[in-house]
Design a protein around this ligand. Structure first.
Ligand SMILES: C[S@@+](CC[C@H](N)C(=O)[O-])C[C@H]1O[C@@H](n2cnc3c(N)ncnc32)[C@H](O)[C@@H]1O
Length: 296
């Protein structure tokens, strides 16, 4: 992780972009009726956001990117709610404070079918501090779960073959490009091995057809083949390269047959307005990238 001053220069916006995210505001108002007035809400949001930032200097925290409900913006969102109503289960892997799950509940899904999972369990008390829904939310939280750990999804794990749907919002880019196909396959091991099970998500992508590679400054340096420390590789996927990645992850066929889809939308610059951010990513032609792989 980079130091706080560098992270703040690139990835910190002081005020919550409340006008750009009416759905996030109405979600919080739903759970916290006493915060109808956004003036009253702002200090609460800033306090929770600062606590999250002090746990990890994630760009999505500093830039309020978590105000964006990636799942709700996907064309398959109504299908997810319908399947939850039928008793199916969704795993939100890398759930952060479980905002997408809270949104699903407000949009009519039963909370019983929602499993939140993250490497970092210190997000979860913050989420209860924000939503105050300990008595209503009947879903699950699993912390200290690392997708790099085979024990999480291998033989004997309670998570193996358990989920009908797995959502990964702003997750896959956290892993080095060479490892991403393995990560996708690890997630597939947590899906039920039946027709219709699906892995879906979103990430910051690029409009460039072949993807855009650069060196990451937000992850710890790694040792290269010459033994020197260097910045990690980072890739912005295109609709083509993300489909290639998903099909590579299950190419051996032992995980069944799949259909793959990906689409792009314009990137929400309301949550990425810092000048340093714009300069840093100026060549990337960033877009919002949605993807889904569904078992035939
Ligand atoms: C960029 S945030 C995305 C949060 C949320 N899904 C969203 O769409 O806004 C990435 C999340 O993944 C979690 N994470 C990072 N590495 C992980 C790992 N190896 N296994 C599980 N979760 C991880 C982080 O703690 C963080 O909550």
């Amino acid at each position: 992780m980079i130091d706080e001053a560098t992270a703040k220069a690139k990835y910190w916006v002081e005020e919550p972009p409340i006008h750009a995210h009416p759905d996030a505001i109405s979600l919080i108002q739903h759970y916290r009726p006493e915060l109808q007035d956004t003036e009253a809400m702002i200090p609460v949001l800033k306090d929770i956001r600062l606590k999250a930032w002090n746990i990890k200097y994630y760009p999505c925290v500093g830039l309020w990117h978590f105000f964006k409900f990636g799942m709700a913006e996907m064309p398959i969102y109504p299908e997810i709610i319908e399947r939850l109503k039928q008793g199916q289960r969704v795993l939100d892997m890398g759930c952060f404070m479980g905002l997408d799950g809270r949104k699903l509940v407000v949009d009519g899904a039963p909370s019983e079918g929602i499993t939140n999972m993250d490497l970092e369990d210190r997000w979860f008390p913050l989420s209860y501090e924000l939503f105050k829904d300990e008595d209503q939310f009947k879903g699950e939280f699993f912390g200290k779960c690392d997708i790099n750990d085979e024990g999480l999804f291998g033989e004997g794990s309670i998570h193996r073959h358990r989920y009908d749907m797995i959502y990964i919002g702003y997750f896959i880019h956290l892993f080095p490009p060479k490892k991403q196909s393995h990560i996708i396959n690890s997630l597939v091991q947590m899906l039920k091995p039946s027709s219709g099970s699906m892995l879906f998500g979103n990430t910051a992508g690029t409009a460039k057809e072949g993807g855009h590679k650069m060196k990451a400054d937000f992850a710890p340096p790694v040792r290269n083949e010459k033994g020197e420390m260097e910045k990690q590789d980072f890739v912005f996927h295109s609709t083509k390269t993300i489909v290639d990645l998903m099909s590579e992850a299950v190419k051996e066929g032992k995980d069944g047959e799949w259909e793959f889809t990906a689409d792009k939308a314009s990137f929400d610059t309301d949550t990425s307005p810092t000048k340093t951010f714009a300069v840093h990513f100026k060549d990337a032609e960033i877009v919002e990238l949605n993807f889904c792989m569904k078992r035939k």
